[in-house]
Design a binder for this molecule. Structure first.
Ligand code: NAG
Ligand code: NAG
Length: 304
């Protein structure tokens, strides 16, 4: 019980705990800050080809130089394609990235950098891979897919049904029609539309021609209508284009999905929530701890 009467010891302990708590609080606060800035970096889907290459092979060098090219190029454009030609045809690697058309180049670059990092850990030694984040898509393979229209459904997610609200359906159809009919406006491959507070975005990969893009978006819109029904929000990602709509633009990632074909990052909000609850708990603990220390000091003084 010596520490009860040792004022210095207790002061040292308090100082130590204070500084470590401060470090903890700063860590928590910076984590919350980082989490709130991940909207364009939110994971949508990722996939790897079954085929594996031999580590240390020329093919691996080409994959790495391809991924580096994507990162470097994303600072200057929102779409680009690359071909890393091998000494033998089997070593050639094809790749592209496509940022959401409304992103600043700095956001595009950081999105592609993030995607390349994630794909590197997701598709170790894979001959091909693709990763879609909220703000960008990257893809590479040893068979060429550049300029090839591909309407394979990759992700289809529908929000809860809105019931028999004909107004909501009218707004949804208006938004989807504007996305389907748009000529691209100021952007070649990106379209945005709104009706009331319902907003929609559509994006094609830049290797599609305008008519292929319209065709691809038409497919995605058709699926949203037939497969999501009267849903509050919907996402359809095909291999070369996507269409999404939701209330108020940014959909809460914490919403529960009615149907979910692939994994997604709905945990993001829950994670942030957990961090905030942790923060509150830490402050509460801190207060309890301080009053406990005060009591100890007080009884220490008393016993003198
Ligand atoms: C792609 O890589 C796999 C595995 O190395 C190989 O079997 C296949 O022939 C390659 N395809 C082409 C088009 O080179
Ligand atoms: C690939 O990039 C080259 C050079 O930037 C460009 O000329 C070509 O049209 C692109 N091909 C496709 C399919 O996008």
């Amino acid at each position: 019980m010596f520490f009860l009467t040792d004022r210095n010891m207790s002061t040292t302990r308090r100082a130590l705990s204070l500084s470590s708590l401060c470090v903890l609080l700063l860590t928590v606060i910076s984590t919350v800050g980082a989490a709130s800035n991940t909207a364009i970096g939110s994971f949508v889907f990722g996939g790897c080809s079954q085929l594996k290459y031999t580590p240390g092979s020329p093919f691996e060098n080409n994959v790495n130089s391809m991924l580096t090219s994507l990162v470097n190029s994303a600072m200057f454009s929102s779409y680009n394609n690359f071909t890393a030609v091998g000494d033998v045809p089997q070593d050639t690697v094809y790749g592209l990235f496509q940022c959401r058309g409304d992103l600043q180049s700095s956001d595009c670059a950081s999105c592609v950098t993030r995607a390349v990092t994630q794909l590197g850990t997701l598709c170790i030694d894979s001959c091909g891979g693709a990763l879609q984040l909220d703000g960008c898509l990257i893809k590479y393979d040893n068979t060429t897919f550049l300029g090839v229209e591909d309407k394979t459904v990759v992700v289809k997610k529908c929000g809860p049904a809105v019931g028999y609200d004909s107004d909501a359906l009218t707004r949804r159809d208006a938004v989807l029609a504007s996305l389907g009919a748009g000529d691209g406006g100021p952007y070649k491959t990106y379209r945005a539309g709104a009706s009331g507070n319902l907003q929609g975005v559509a994006q094609c990969v830049g290797d599609l021609s305008p008519s292929e893009c319209t065709d691809c978006l038409g497919d995605a819109i058709g699926r949203l209508k037939t497969e999501c029904g009267p849903a509050a929000w919907g996402d359809v990602f095909l291999a070369k284009c996507y269409v999404r709509y939701s209330e108020g633009g940014v959909r809460s990632q914490g919403g529960k999905d009615e149907s979910d074909d692939t994994n997604n990052n709905d945990d993001e909000v829950e994670k942030t929530l957990a961090i905030i609850i942790g923060l509150i708990a830490a402050v509460a603990l801190f207060i309890v701890f301080i009053s406990f220390l005060n009591k100890l000091c007080e009884s220490g003084k008393g016993s003198k």
